[in-house]
Design a protein around this ligand. Structure first.
Ligand SMILES: *Cc1c(COP(=O)(O)O)cnc(C)c1O
Length: 718
C-alpha cells in the first residue's frame, strides 16, 4: 500500500518555476527556508498575507498576467530554480544518521502527539507542546532519523484570538481546507482512499488520514470529518482541546488506537513508539492486545515487550495538566479491551492509577503511559526532578532520585526561528555549514567575531520591524473594533524604536502570571515613561476559550495597554501564533518570563530571542536554571519554589522591579565612547554563544535517539 505521489517524482528538467515552487510548497521543508517565503509572496502578495502566508493559496491565486510578468523576471526564475535545487539536494543528501550509523534501522520510531506547529498557515497547535513537536520533526528530518509521526487534522484549528472594543478576547474558529494544505489523502490504491471503521464504545467511527512530509519525515493526520459519519463524529476532529470529556476520550482513542491501526495498514515497520505527552497512551493498550492476539502471548509478556519499546515524555508539573478520565467513562469505551487483555476490571484500572487498588483514583493517562513505557522523561533538568517526585508514588520501592524518569531538555529548531538576516550573519561568522554543527559548543565561540556595531544595528533593524508589525496589527484590530477614546491616527506612533523593548508572549495560563509586572502600576509607569531611558512592553498570548481566569488576564493587560499613561508604551498583539512569535523574538531586547516556580516544565520561547541576541529575564524555572550563566540575562527571584500565591507574587514583583531599575535599564542606556552600549552588546554576544549550542532541537533529538530510541529499538528486536 502506498499513498499517491501526485506531486512527487517528476523530472526536474523543463519544470516551470511555478511547478518548482509547487513542489516545494507541498513539503513543509520550506517552512525553515527563510529565503523561500518571499518567492511565494510575489505570486500574489495579497492572497499570501490574507492566508497567513500560505504558499498553496498564493500559487492558486497567481493570475495569468502575473505569471507572464514573473516568467520574464530573471531574478524570480533563478531564485525559484535555486530554491528547487536546494530542496532536491536536501532530500538526497547524506545525513548525520547515515554517516554515523553503519547498521541502519529498518524499524521506524513512531512519534505520537496531539498537536504539531509547523507553520502559522497550518494552525494544528495551541502552544508549546505543538511547537516542540514540530521542531522535533524538523530536526529528525535534518538528521535523517527513521521517524514517522502521527497526529490529528484539526480542521478548525485551535481558534483565532480577536480582541474586541471592550478589550475582551473573542475566539473564532479557523478553517483549514484540504485544498489549501500540502496534505495528500492516504490511499490504498490510486482509486481507493484508506478508510477505517474504528470502534468507539457502541459506535463505529469512520476515519481517513492525510500525509504531509516534513522534509524527509512523514506526518500522518487522522480525520473523522467525513460524510459517512454522523455530525457528532464528524466534529471529533474539528477543534483542538475543545469539547467535553466524552469528546476528549474519543479524540485520544482516535490518536492512540486509530493512529496505530493506520501505521499497521500502511505496513510501516514500527520498532518503538514515542508518546509525546499522555494523550496517546491508549496506543499501548492496543499494541499489547495486538501482540496477545497475533503472537499468542500472555498479558505479562506482551506488556513487557511493548513497555521495553516505548518512550514517554511528560510535559507538565501542574497536576491539572495531567489528563484524567472518570473511570465510568473509560469503562464505556474499554469494556471490550478488558476482555481482550484478559484483565479484571480492577487490574485494568490499576494500569492507570498511581496506587493500585485505590478505587478513588481517576483513570490517569500519565500513570498509564509510565506503566507502559520503559523510557520516560521530563523536559528540563529541574522538571525531571519534579516529575520524579510527583510520580514517586508509582514506585514505592524506590527513592526519589532513582524513580525511572530522566530528562531531555527541550530545544528549538534554529532555522525555523532565525530571522533571515540573522541567519546570514551567523553563516558569515560560523561558516556556511553551521547548522549541521549547531550542537557543537566550540562552533558558537566564533560568534565573538561579530562586530559590535553590526550586531547592534541589525538588532535595531529587527526592533523597528517589530514596531512596524505592531502598528500594522493594532490598526487592523482597531479598524475592525474601534476603541472609544483612541484615534486610529494615534496608533501610527505607538512604541518607540529607541526604547528598551521587553516581550512577553505565552499561553495565558494563570500560573504564568502575565500581569505580575502590573503589581505596582505607578512604579511601572515611572520605569516605562522615563524621558532619558524609555522602556516598552509587547504582550501576546491566547487564553483557552474555556479558561475564564486566563481570559480575565488578557483583558487586564489590554486594559492597561489602553490607559493614557501606558498607551504608547504597552501593546497587546492579538492572535499569538508562530508568525507573531517570529517577529517578537527577533525584535525584543529582553524576554520576560515569570511563572510560579516550578510549574513551567521547560518553556522554549526564551530560546528564540537568545539566537538574536535577546536577553532572558526569567524566574529560575524550566530551562532557565540550565541556560542562565550570570552574563546572558537575569533571574527573577531567588529560585525558591512556589508556596503562597500572594507572598510569591509580591516577592517576585519586587525582585522584578528592582532588577529592571538597578540593572537592566541602566545597562541598556549606558553608552561607550563610540556611542554603542558595549556592555549590553557583550551580554547579547554571550547569549548567542551560550544558549543555541545547548538549546537547539538537533541536540534534543540526538539525545532522544541515543538514550531512548536506540535502546528501545534494540529491545524490540529481541
Ligand atoms: C515558542 C512558542 C510557544 C512555546 O513557548 P513557551 O515558552 O512554552 O510559552 C508557544 N506558542 C508559540 C506561538 C511559540 O512560538
Amino acid at each position: 500500500m502506498k499513498k499517491t505521489s501526485r506531486k512527487a517524482r517528476r523530472s526536474n528538467t523543463a519544470k516551470s518555476p511555478f511547478d518548482q515552487l509547487s513542489e516545494i510548497a507541498n513539503n513543509a521543508w520550506w517552512t525553515w527556508q527563510p529565503h523561500v517565503a518571499p518567492l511565494f509572496r510575489t505570486l500574489n502578495p495579497k492572497a499570501f498575507d490574507a492566508s497567513n502566508q500560505n504558499p498553496i493559496v498564493a500559487l492558486r491565486n497567481c493570475t495569468a498576467a502575473n505569471r507572464r510578468k514573473l516568467l520574464s523576471n530573471a531574478d524570480f526564475v533563478n531564485s525559484a530554480q535555486r530554491a528547487h535545487r536546494k530542496y532536491r539536494k536536501y532530500m538526497r543528501a547524506k545525513t548525520w544518521y547515515q554517516e554515523s550509523h553503519k547498521q541502519r534501522s529498518r524499524q521506524q520510531v513512531a512519534y505520537f502527539c496531539m498537536e504539531y506547529a509547523l507553520h502559522e498557515s497550518l494552525p494544528l497547535y495551541a502552544g508549546g507542546l505543538g511547537v516542540l513537536a514540530g521542531d522535533h520533526l524538523k530536526s529528525a528530518s535534518d538528521l535523517g532519523l527513521p521517524l514517522v509521526a502521527v497526529g490529528i487534522y484539526w480542521k478548525r484549528g485551535y481558534g483565532r484570538q480577536l480582541i474586541n472594543c471592550n478589550g475582551q478576547q473573542v475566539t473564532r474558529p479557523q478553517s483549514i481546507k484540504p485544498e489549501d494544505t500540502p496534505f495528500t489523502e492516504v490511499r490504498i490504491s490510486a482509486r481507493r482512499p484508506w478508510r477505517l471503521r474504528l470502534p468507539m464504545g457502541k459506535d463505529r467511527v469512520t476515519i481517513r488520514a492525510w500525509c504531509v512530509n516534513v522534509g524527509r519525515v512523514p506526518l500522518y493526520l487522522l480525520d473523522t470529518d467525513l460524510p459517512a459519519n454522523k455530525p457528532s463524529h464528524r466534529k471529533l476532529t474539528h477543534s483542538l482541546y475543545s469539547g467535553d470529556r466524552d469528546t476528549r476520550i474519543r479524540q485520544e482513542i482516535l490518536l492512540g488506537i486509530g493512529g496505530w491501526q493506520l501505521l499497521r495498514a500502511m505496513k510501516i515497520p514500527v520498532g518503538t513508539c514515542h508518546l509525546n505527552e499522555g494523550h496517546a497512551a491508549f496506543l499501548s493498550l492496543e499494541r499489547i492486545a495486538e501482540r496477545m492476539k497475533n503472537n499468542d502471548e500472555s498479558f505479562a509478556t506482551a506488556h513487557r515487550h511493548v513497555r521495553n519499546a516505548s518512550v514517554f515524555t511528560t510535559h507538565t508539573p501542574v497536576p491539572a495538566g495531567n489528563e484524567e478520565f472518570d473511570p465510568a467513562l473509560v469503562d464505556q469505551y474499554f469494556a471490550a479491551y478488558q476482555r481482550k487483555l484478559g484483565l479484571t476490571h480492577e487490574q485494568f484500572h490499576n494500569l492507570a492509577r498511581v496506587k493500585p487498588d485505590n478505587a478513588n483514583e481517576r483513570f490517569g493517562m500519565t500513570p498509564l503511559a509510565l506503566r507502559t513505557s520503559r523510557y520516560a522523561n521530563g523536559v528540563a533538568k529541574l522538571h525531571g526532578q519534579i516529575a520524579r517526585k510527583m510520580w514517586s508514588g508509582m514506585f514505592p520501592k524506590k527513592k526519589f532520585a532513582t524513580v525511572p524518569i530522566g530528562h531531555v531538555t527541550n530545544g528549538i529548531h534554529l532555522k525555523t526561528w532565525l530571522h533571515p538576516a540573522m541567519e546570514e550573519l551567523l553563516g558569515e561568522c560560523l561558516g556556511a555549514n553551521w547548522s549541521a554543527d549547531q550542537d557543537r559548543k566550540t562552533l558558537w565561540k566564533k560568534a565573538s567575531r561579530i562586530p559590535d556595531e553590526r550586531l547592534w544595528l541589525l538588532h535595531g533593524q529587527f526592533r523597528s520591524e517589530l514596531i512596524d508589525f505592531c502598528r500594522m496589527r493594532i490598526q487592523k484590530q482597531m479598524r475592525r473594533d474601534p476603541v472609544r477614546g483612541i484615534k486610529l491616527s494615534d496608533t501610527n506612533s505607538i512604541l518607540d524604536p529607541n526604547a528598551l523593548t521587553i516581550g512577553f508572549a505565552r499561553r495565558f495560563a494563570t500560573y504564568k502570571r502575565a500581569t505580575l509586572i502590573f503589581t505596582d502600576p505607578i512604579r511601572l509607569a515611572k520605569i516605562l515613561n522615563s524621558k532619558r531611558m524609555p522602556v516598552q512592553l509587547i504582550f501576546a498570548g491566547k487564553a483557552h476559550p474555556a479558561d475564564t481566569e486566563g481570559q480575565a488576564l488578557v483583558a487586564e493587560v489590554v486594559r492597561f495597554s489602553r490607559m493614557p499613561r501606558f498607551r504608547n508604551r504597552i501593546v497587546f498583539l492579538e492572535d499569538y501564533d508562530m508568525n507573531v512569535a517570529r517577529h517578537m523574538v527577533a525584535g525584543v531586547d529582553v524576554w520576560l518570563n515569570n511563572p510560579q516556580r516550578p510549574r513551567e516544565a521547560s518553556g522554549t520561547s526564551g530560546m528564540k530571542p537568545a539566537i538574536h541576541g535577546g536577553l532572558n529575564f526569567s524566574i529560575l524555572d524550566g530551562w532557565w536554571p540550565e541556560g542562565f550563566n550570570g552574563k546572558n540575562g537575569w533571574q527573577i527571584g531567588s529560585g525558591k519554589d512556589h508556596r503562597d500565591t500572594e507572598i510569591d507574587n509580591r516577592r517576585d514583583a519586587k525582585s522584578l522591579y528592582k532588577t529592571m531599575e538597578k540593572e537592566i535599564v541602566p545597562l541598556y542606556f549606558k553608552r561607550s565612547k563610540d556611542g554603542l552600549p558595549s556592555d549590553w552588546i557583550a551580554q547579547m554576544k554571550n547569549a548567542i554563544q551560550s544558549i543555541p549550542p545547548n538549546f537547539n532541537s538537533h541536540r534534543q533529538v540526538k539525545e532522544y535517539w541515543k538514550r531512548y530510541y536506540l535502546p528501545a529499538l534494540r529491545n524490540n528486536q529481541q
